[in-house]
Design a protein around this ligand. Sequence first.
Ligand SMILES: Nc1ncnc2c1ncn2[C@@H]1O[C@H](COP(=O)(O)OP(=O)(O)OP(=O)(O)O)[C@@H](O)[C@H]1O
Length: 314
Amino acid sequence: MSKNKTGISSAIQLEDVSKSFGSYRAVSDLSLEVNSGEIFGFLGLNGAGKTTTIKMLLSLLKPSSGSIYMLGSKVDFGNYQLWDKVGYLEEATFYPELTVMENLDIARRMQLITDHKSIDRVLQKLGLDIHKNKKAKNLSLGNKQRIGLAKALIHNPEILILDEPTNGLDPASVVEIRELLFDLSRNFGVTIFISSHLLEELAKLVDRIGIMHQGQLIQDMKMNQLQQSLEKRLVLNGRDQSTMQRILTEHGYDVKNTADGRLELTEARAIAQPEKLAELLVRFNQPPTHLSIVTEDLEGYFLRAIRTAGRIQS
Ligand SMILES: Nc1ncnc2c1ncn2[C@@H]1O[C@H](COP(=O)(O)OP(=O)(O)OP(=O)(O)O)[C@@H](O)[C@H]1O
């Protein structure tokens, strides 16, 4: 395993990786490091370059330029040893008429694993042992996805790569898979690289997030940094909003009207001391009938990050 500048082991490392299809650059100068045991969320709109990147990690696609390392070993065509240490799940596929056990036995044989206990281990790890003799077609959606994960994990990989693993799952199954991935990371030390276009969903699971847009990594931050980066707004209502707006403006506040008929302020002093603003309005006989601080939601943040990068029209 390679160590980065801070001495932390990095499980996945991309250095100035680009991929072009003809004249179209799907991934552009992507540099990224995922630490060992970390859950990294790879976020982007459709067409951002997530799947192309994942295919390069798996050496299903060759980068046009740049280098990729996993567990300190260069990802290259022919470096088959690496695949003993990497699991991949895109979409759960299985034989519906076969039992869970039979499905996993096929996966075991395809991966040339001789140890039959590997099936029991993975069944237990994923909480599938109670369903092992059921036909795959009779399982819940969440448990079907667990079969896919079990196949990706049967060889006990150190890195798990997931491309939109909760696509099409119902909310309960999404929670189940999330808890499972969390357990794999925290209790089994698996490094997880997970792509999605849903920030709300990733935010509940990942340690760090990278936002891709038009082939470029426009943000890379820890989740606690993300929480601090969410924009706050002070919104208020009153009986005579034009008078309220005039008073606040005369006292140096920057006040906007919102589309839903409220007054809104985003400046730091208004957010830090809303009571001062309320006192001022009371003094001028214009008490607010509603005053609250609203924090931007994660999808709002995601779209703002993309707009700020100046790459889509707002
Ligand atoms: N084999 C290919 N030939 C030409 N263009 C391609 C090829 N594969 C991907 N692209 C283009 O590269 C861009 C990035 O695609 P990619 O599949 O990596 O995006 P994505 O972020 O995974 O999107 P989605 O969430 O829709 O899967 C897209 O514009 C896509 O059309």
